[in-house]
Design a protein around this ligand. Structure first.
Ligand code: SF4
Ligand code: SF4
Length: 318
């Protein structure tokens, strides 16, 4: 009996030892080396896990950034929109690199087809989802490019930075925007664009994405871009291009001179965070008084349309 116990213990002991040795060699052979910097980079990130950087979460961003730093000595293509330049400088420091700061970005809504500008012709009573409505019809105002107003962008934003304005039926982006791009992806109409915030938060953009011919576009919305080309002609910095009857302003070239805003006949170009312009006083040419036209000494005429437009556009974004 004693013999059986001793033999069992010895056999089991040997088996255990052999298994341990095998496991040790297998573990050494297939060991995955993980750079300890990955943990440091992850700790420096804001843990938003929003995917705005293009990776499925902060850990994946940290892994890929660390890999790129050790392999290519570069962080090109890596940017955490939530943490911004401050966090990216920390990440670069951890990885022993230097990087240039990026201009801050913000989401802009490129549609001004409010209830007033694009009055409803039909009533939608289906599922309250823009993606669903987009597959079914053009929209209550009839513009097949315009905002559907059902708030998929609002639902996608994890930062409470975008809300529907009940008066206009359009989304409004606040300063809480981190430019993560979730709303850009969620919008089935590609209305939302990430653009540079601009100096002192001033920016100019075409608030329309309608690519139909001008006559058709304006039929459904009185602030649609009609692709007339006046803005393109007046821009001295080559910042504006017209493609498919639609104007687009390149924010890298735009110098915020606002000449395009002045000439746009449909008010589809928005200027944001500018001071309202002083009304221009147009002096009438001096006329010789004659007995025939005594009314020539009229008061100067005030041209107010541009100033009104400037105030309106700013209001609309808020
Ligand atoms: S508004 Fe858009 S880009 Fe800005 S934080 Fe929200 S989802 Fe991200
Ligand atoms: S911007 Fe796009 S996602 Fe947002 S409410 Fe309009 S159509 Fe829907």
């Amino acid at each position: 009996m004693n013999h059986i116990v001793i033999i069992s213990v010895v056999v089991l002991g040997i088996l255990g030892l052999v298994s341990a040795v095998i496991l040790y060699f297998v573990a050494s052979k297939f060991k995955v080396y993980e750079d300890p910097k990955i943990d440091e980079v992850e700790a420096a990130l804001p843990s938003a896990n929003c995917g705005g950087c293009g990776y499925p979460g902060c850990r994946a961003f940290a892994e890929n950034a660390t890999k790129s730093a050790s392999k290519n000595h570069s962080l090109e293509g890596f940017f955490c929109p939530v943490g911004g330049n401050e966090v990216m400088q920390k990440v670069a420091g951890i990885l022993g690199l230097e990087i240039e700061e990026k201009d801050p970005m913000i989401a802009v809504v490129r549609c001004n087809g409010s209830y007033a500008h694009s009055p409803g012709k039909v009533k939608f009573e289906g599922v309250t989802s823009c993606a669903f409505a987009h597959a079914l019809y053009a929209g209550e105002g009839g513009c097949q490019y315009g905002c559907l107003g059902l708030g998929d962008c609002v639902a996608a934003c994890e930062f409470d930075a975008i809300h529907m304005n009940p008066e206009t039926g359009l989304p409004v982006v606040s300063d809480k925007c981190t430019a993560c791009g979730a709303c850009v992806i969620a919008c089935p109409r590609d209305i939302i664009e990430l653009r540079k915030k601009g100096p002192k938060d001033k920016r100019i953009f075409v608030s329309c994405v309608n690519k139909e011919k001008g006559a058709i576009a304006i039929k459904n919305c009185d602030v649609a871009c009609i692709g007339c080309g006046k803005c393109e002609k007046v821009c001295e910095f080559d910042a504006i291009t017209i493609t498919s009857f639609l104007s687009y302003i390149d924010f890298d070239k735009c110098r915020l001179c606002r000449k395009c805003v002045e000439v746009c006949p449909t008010n589809s170009i928005w200027e944001v965070n500018f001071k309202p312009r002083k009304p221009k006083v147009i002096k009438e040419p001096e006329k010789k008084e004659t007995a025939k036209k005594p009314e020539a000494a009229k008061k100067p005429v005030e041209k107010t349309s541009v100033a009104e437009k400037s105030v309106n556009t700013k209001k609309s974004e808020k």
